[in-house]
Each structure stands twice: as structure tokens, then as C-alpha cells.
Design a protein around this ligand. Structure first.
Ligand SMILES: Nc1ncnc2c1ncn2[C@@H]1O[C@H](COP(=O)(O)OP(=O)(O)OP(=O)(O)O)[C@@H](O)[C@H]1O
Ligand SMILES: [Mg+2]
Length: 332
């Protein structure tokens, strides 16, 4: 068993402000969990604490059923994949993948076998004798993954491993990492600031804000049942519209949330004429931007609908979320 448990984890760097506040999280064995949140919210700090690369100020971390607070990184049975691939430039792909095992004085035959296995899983067979500079970004990242795989870790920790790749390759590597997870049947903890990556990759998503967990749930629940305005505003592109109650002539003390794709339904019971400020043609869809009172909004339209200068929005009240104006918590 190699789940990961975080109990009352806190982190303060050098007695300055707290960057992780009392985080409690239970990651199951073989689960793919994504930590997501804006820059600076504490994702890397949390991951590095699990790895043992960063001290924890308070709390307990368990990997499997072993408390690891005082266990050094190399003995935690984890593998860490960084954003910068951190490959050795003077070594071949084979040597890079083998390096950690060689340092541990693993038998040469076993090393060769493990390198072959990893190369097969990652489709790196034909590149084993090349140096990193002779590889594309995606291939380099696969070498970094290979180096992690050969160690047979109980837990894979990945910190924005795809953010140095171009958009197309990122999409491709996203599904490769998902497949890798299925093949290896190991616990993955994956950090990203990209909500699309989180939604498409995670079995469960942990949404962080300022060192606090906002919600832990499946992608479906995060998207369809956000607990508060922070989570609702974080997922979806464009993000959910937040409309002041008074702007739409409804309950004054609440904020209404509506997804951009739900602003133009056929059987809406709330209709308003708005002025289109900008429209963006994206091929399969068009996004129009407008104001409802003082609330800035966007609607996602099928591309065969041509928005005119004015535009009638049509919303079903059952598609609207309601949030407390003060706390941001979901009312229903
Ligand atoms: N070594 C350090 N000393 C002091 N403060 C630090 C240190 N490392 C990180 N911080 C601070 O802790 C907070 C969380 O940083 P962290 O790197 O965990 O964020 P992140 O969510 O990974 O952000 P990003 O998406 O930009 O990588 C930030 O405010 C950062 O400035
Ligand atoms: Mg980070």
C-alpha cells in the first residue's frame, strides 16, 4: 500500500508568512491526484514537503503506513519529475536514465534491463545513445520520466512537468502521462496551474488557494459542483460568469454564477438584451463579451450563430449557481 496522508501540514518559510495552512489530505494507493492553483499558492511547497526536499513546520506525512517526517528524500520511495528536466547534458539518454540506479550500485544487468523496459514504455528505444541536446522537448521530458520509472517508486511526484512544452505537445504528453499511470499502477501526485490539465488528468483534483485547500473532488464534481466562487472561477475557459444579484434584477445579496456555455440556451426563462463589446471567433465556437449591469460576462456560442451588435442572452434559472456575496460560499 502506498497512499499518501497529510495531517495538519503547515509551512512557514523563515518565520515569515504561512504558505501552507493546516492541510489535511488523503491520497489513495494508485490514485492520480492533481494539485492545482494559481502561481504562489503553495503547490510546489506541498509537493516538495512530500518528497522531503522541504522541511514541514508542523504536522505529519505518511507514505504507505510509514510516517516519513524524519526520513530523507532518498529513502522515501518516491520519484520527483521537475519542470526543468534536469538531465545531465554530457550523458546519453541511456546513462541519464540509468544514473540513479548506478549511484545505488544496482547490478549492471538489472540496470540494463530496467532501462530497456522504461525505454519501451516511453518509446525512447531509438534515442538511447543520443545526448539530451539532440532531443526535442517532449523527448527530454520522457527521459526525465524514464529516470523516475526505473526506480520503481511507490509514489511519483511531478511538478509542472509539461510547462516547457508547446501547446500541441503538451496535449499529447498529457495523455501519455495518463497512460503511463495506468500502466504503472502507482500513486501519482501531479502539480499544475493549468485547470485543463487538472480536469483532463486527475482522478481527483485538489484546488489550492493561498495555502488552503478549497475543494478536493473528481473533475466532474469540481466543474459541476464547485463549493465556492474561487473554485467556480478557477475552472472553465472562459471562466464562470459572476453576476451581481442587483444587476440581473434578482436577490440583491447574492452573486449568481452561470457558465458561458449556458448563456444562450433555447428554453431560458431569464432573457436580457445586451450590447456585445468584443467577439472572438475560435473556429468551433465564438465567445462574445458584454456587461450585465456592472458585471462583466462572456457567452460561448456555436460558431454558426453570428452575434450581432446587440445580443439576447437566455439563461435557465436552473443553470444558475448562487453564492454568498460575503463569504463566496455556494448557497445552491
Ligand atoms: N525558499 C523559500 N523561501 C521563502 N519563501 C518561499 C520559498 N519558496 C517559496 N516561497 C513562497 O511560498 C509561496 C508558495 O510558493 P510555491 O513555490 O509553493 O508556489 P507554487 O504554487 O508552486 O507557484 P508556481 O505556480 O509559481 O510554481 C510563495 O509565496 C513563495 O514566494
Ligand atoms: Mg511551483
Amino acid at each position: 500500500m502506498s497512499g499518501v496522508i497529510l495531517k495538519n501540514i503547515r509551512k512557514t518559510y523563515d518565520n515569515s508568512k504561512t504558505v501552507i495552512n493546516n492541510v489535511n489530505l488523503e491520497i489513495k494507493d494508485k490514485e492520480f491526484v492533481v494539485l492545482v492553483g494559481a502561481s504562489g499558492c503553495g503547490k510546489s511547497t506541498l509537493l516538495r514537503m512530500i518528497a522531503g526536499l522541504e522541511d514541514i513546520s508542523d504536522g505529519e506525512i505518511y507514505i504507505g503506513d510509514k510516517k516519513v517526517n524524519n526520513i530523507p528524500p532518498k529513502d522515501r520511495d518516491i520519484a520527483f519529475v521537475f519542470q526543468s528536466y534536469a538531465l545531465y547534458p554530457h550523458m546519453t539518454v541511456r546513462e541519464n536514465i540509468a544514473f540513479g540506479l548506478k549511484m545505488r550500485k544496482v547490478d549492471k544487468k538489472i540496470i540494463e534491463q530496467k532501462v530497456q523496459e522504461a525505454a519501451e514504455i516511453l518509446n525512447l528505444g531509438e534515442y538511447l545513445d543520443r545526448k539530451p541536446k539532440q532531443l526535442s522537448g517532449g523527448q527530454r521530458q520522457r527521459v526525465a520520466l524514464g529516470r523516475a520509472i526505473v526506480r520503481n517508486p511507490k509514489v511519483f511526484l511531478m511538478d509542472e512537468p509539461l510547462s516547457n512544452l508547446d501547446a500541441k505537445l503538451r496535449v499529447q504528453m498529457r495523455s501519455e502521462i495518463k497512460k503511463l499511470h495506468e500502466k504503472l499502477q502507482t500513486t501519482f501526485i501531479y502539480v499544475t496551474h493549468d485547470q485543463t490539465e487538472a480536469l483532463t488528468m486527475g482522478d481527483r483534483i485538489v484546488v489550492l488557494n493561498n495555502g488552503d485547500i478549497q475543494q478536493v473532488d473528481t473533475p466532474y464534481e469540481i466543474y459541476n459542483n464547485p463549493k465556492n466562487m474561487f473554485v467556480a472561477g478557477f475552472v472553465g475557459s472562459p471562466q464562470m460568469n459572476f453576476i451581481e444579484g442587483k444587476d440581473i434584477g434578482l436577490d440583491e445579496n447574492v452573486i449568481y454564477g452561470v457558465c458561458p456555455e449556458k448563456m444562450n440556451v433555447t428554453d431560458g426563462d431569464i432573457k436580457r438584451i445586451v450590447d456585445v463589446e468584443i467577439s472572438e471567433m475560435l473556429g468551433s465556437e465564438t465567445i462574445v463579451y458584454f456587461n450585465i449591469g456592472n458585471s462583466k460576462c462572456s457567452a460561448k456560442l456555436e460558431s454558426d450563430i453570428k452575434p450581432s451588435k446587440t445580443f439576447e442572452i437566455s439563461i435557465k434559472s436552473s443553470d444558475m449557481y448562487k453564492f454568498d456575496k460575503v463569504t463566496g460560499n455556494r448557497i445552491y
